[in-house]
Design a protein around this ligand. Structure first.
Ligand SMILES: [Zn+2]
Length: 47
């Protein structure tokens, strides 16, 4: 599930992208509030 930065609306595609950023911050602006982006297509990811 993608996440959108609450400040700059930067879209983080997955949790793997978060892993590359210490503290789960936006890589663009450093903001720490994210909103879940609901995709029109529901996809289930096998963990
Ligand atoms: Zn941001």
């Amino acid at each position: 599930m993608p996440y959108r930065c609450g400040r700059c609306s930067y879209i983080i595609g997955s949790m793997k992208d978060f892993e590359a950023v210490p503290g789960m911050r936006c890589p663009m602006c450093g903001y720490r509030v994210f909103y879940k982006v609901r995709s029109p297509i529901v996809k289930r990811i096998k963990l």
